[in-house]
Write a protein that binds this ligand. Sequence first.
Ligand SMILES: Nc1nc2c(c(=O)[nH]1)N[C@H]1C(S)=C(S)[C@@H](COP(=O)(O)O)O[C@H]1N2
Ligand SMILES: [Mo]
Length: 513
Amino acid sequence: MNTKRGRWTALLLAALAGVVSGAVFLAVAELLALLVARDASPVLAVGSFVIDIVPQPFKEFAIATFGEYDKIALLAGLGLAVVIASAIAGVLQFLRPPLGIVALGIAGALSIAAIVTRAGVTPLSFVPPVIGAVAASIVLAILCRRLREWRERTPESGMDRRRFFVIAGIAGASAVIVGITARVVSMATSSVDAARRALNLPAARSTVTIPAGAELDVPGITPLFTPNADFYRVDTALTVPSIDPGTWRLVIDGMVEQRIELTFDDLVGMGLDEYAITLTCVSNEVGGELAGNAMWLGVPIRDILSMAGPRSGADMVLSRSVDGYTASTPLSALTDDGLDAILAVAMNGEPLPLEHGFPVRMVVPGLYGYVSATKWLTELKVTTFAQDEAYWTPRGYSAEAPIKFSSRVDTPKIGKPVAAGRIPIAGVAWAQSVGIERVEVSIDDGEWMPATLSTPINEDTWVQWVMEWDATPGTHYVAVRAVNKNGDLQIEERAPIAPNGSSGWQRSLISVT
Ligand SMILES: Nc1nc2c(c(=O)[nH]1)N[C@H]1C(S)=C(S)[C@@H](COP(=O)(O)O)O[C@H]1N2
Ligand SMILES: [Mo]
């Protein structure tokens, strides 16, 4: 029994006891979260907390490596950390009781700390992690006691061994079943999906006319409007917030004559108009895909602000999301008559998809999303840049960030050889709120030649461009640049995405066979 091998087996089983207790902790907490405090799930709270505290370069790495799956990768990493930590707790409890239980207590305390930093905390939010930690401690204590009894008895008793495995098996299996069921039920019973589908928005008061020639017929080019299912998604929300439009409120406060509170019906009752606006993320690299164009249905923000009456001295609006995210937008960008900054309720002919901000988000032409496009909007605080700071400002991004206009090649694709002959080089270019005047293409560092542009819908949407090219076998450099309607040339100098957006001309290597 007291062989070296026996000792290793005991430690391994103690680790198993720890992992089972960890699973019990999470399952009990999930179940109680479902019953008494939806937002108090330790996994999601800790995950969200991690998102907020990880250093910026790591976040960029995660977006670059995992793309849309960055959150799944985070949860997988967190799961691995939980398994390792609870295995250690098991070994501790076996060797030096009650250190394992102390470790579970610390896990409970850390979960509470993460939960209270989240939006939507209630007095009952501490219940899931506390009861979860208590249940896990009981399971861990019992398992480790069984294990010790079994290992210490000579000759070894089959009865004790069986007891250990029966308890561990039952506790582990029930934890997995209860935990997964609670999470699935919690997601499925968020009735917001149904509320969204039942929503009947009034028809648009005014519509956007799409001019003839607005969309070029070129295989492989980005479509003029990005279907909702393909629209890029960037946010810090680990789970998509569920907001019932029936209880949604927008508060306009801060430096205003009068604090205003609007319901969803109040907002929609102001009349909805169509707006075609291209969104761009500050994280978009030159040639990147973090831009999308949609037909929004909404209400001008200037009309809403004017009901509250911004006081003089204010120069910023801090918009807040239900998940606590904030953005700082210059007041003038929201009140300017010539700029269509809107509160949007629909996207490409349907209510906003949940992940794109249902029921209400901001869309502001000409500013990167992180300083303007707050999703799941709940508050507009009229304030000053001197007084308030948005989510990304202390995290290495500028407080103000107009979009650097840009152009991109969609076809031919880098790394996809094309056959020699006459082929189109085509892509899109955007200069929201100013408009694209010209797109130029240079091949193998030759002279810049003007591309043909699609007819722009307005200055706030991207345009498509195309240039026919007689491709000869070999490898070629294709470079693209744009000129905006102010006559400015797209910035040639390369800049990284932080602190206020990438710049540079896209130059891609195309191989022709
Ligand atoms: N609540 C909330 N709104 C947000 C964000 C966020 O993290 N949380 N991200 C912003 C950023 S960085 C961008 S680029 C746009 C992206 O909008 P989309 O996901 O609908 O494309 O949303 C903005 N609104
Ligand atoms: Mo963004």
